[in-house]
Design a protein around this ligand. Structure first.
Ligand code: ZN
Length: 278
């Protein structure tokens, strides 16, 4: 029997399932945890959702995602901080280890990436006391640079790690192999981060060719990423946190029945995520 105690499914992987369906569907196949998305949690109701997850015995590596803070207008910026405080509280309620920070890229009409990144930092500094109070970490997720214009101006592992160094306690890294595998500094970054600052490790494969830059991520094993290499590296640094599969797949997995996606995710990831005795 495969040990899935460290394995979670990020619920965007089964996009067509409600929180209730995802909780039941993952638990049914022995998956240890669920990474929750805010919109599904809001649909279920935060308190009800929290109870559902607890009753099923699932752990929650993360809540996805922060509301975008990268807004040039000061009133909108403040409103986004309030929304993020609400999400931090929701993360605490469901027992999530972190809120995944995806802060937005450039503001509308903006061309100044340096200013955009400074605003993100300012937003994180403003949120940190609330996060510390709630016991929820701010999980900085470096996204592939192709998203810098619109989704996130946090784009390399080294950039996020430097930000964590500056912000200190209450922050960490959401390491997503899909976003970082191309980066010659990624492996060194993981070692430098160390096991405590890697809050969760996202799994999905890079397909060649990629047909849709937003929503054509591959099932583990279908692309070109060397997962065994990363597992060995994470073992070497004594990382003992979660592994989380996260598929955005308009062209394939979102078209399939959720039970099938979960079954194949378990088959493919099982050997990679099992607890190993030292
Ligand atoms: Zn991710």
């Amino acid at each position: 029997m495969t040990d899935l105690s460290r394995f979670a499914i990020n619920q965007i992987t089964t996009k067509n399932w409600s929180l209730r369906q995802a909780v039941d569907g993952y638990a049914r196949q022995g998956v240890g945890g669920i990474a929750v998305w805010m919109n599904y949690l809001d649909d279920a109701g935060v308190k009800r959702g929290a109870r559902m997850i607890r009753d099923a015995g699932l752990f929650v590596p993360s809540l996805c995602t922060s509301a975008w803070t990268n807004l040039a207008d000061p009133t909108q910026f403040q409103a986004s901080l309030d929304e993020n405080r609400r999400r931090i509280d929701a993360a605490a309620e469901i027992g999530a280890g972190c809120l995944v920070v995806v802060p937005g890229g450039l503001a509308a009409g903006e061309r100044d990436l340096v200013a955009a990144r400074l605003r993100v930092r300012e937003g994180l500094e403003a949120l940190l006391p609330h996060a510390l109070g709630a016991g929820v970490k701010l999980g900085l997720e470096p996204l592939h640079p192709m998203y810098a214009g619109d989704r996130s101006c946090l784009n390399s592992f080294a950039q996020c790690l430097a930000l964590c160094d500056d912000l200190g306690m209450g922050t960490g890294i959401v390491a997503d192999v899909y976003h970082c595998w191309w980066d010659p500094e990624f492996a060194a970054g993981l070692k430098q981060a160390g096991p405590r600052r890697i809050l969760t490790f996202h799994l999905c494969d890079w397909l060649v060719p990629t047909r849709d830059v937003y929503q054509d991520r591959g099932m583990v094993g279908d692309g070109v990423i060397d997962f065994a290499f990363y597992r060995a590296l994470l073992d070497e640094i004594a990382y003992d946190g979660p592994f989380e599969i996260e598929l955005f797949s308009r062209l394939d997995w979102w078209e399939r029945d959720g039970d099938e996606t979960v079954r194949i995710a378990v088959e493919r990831c099982g050997p990679l995520v099992a607890q190993r005795s030292a």
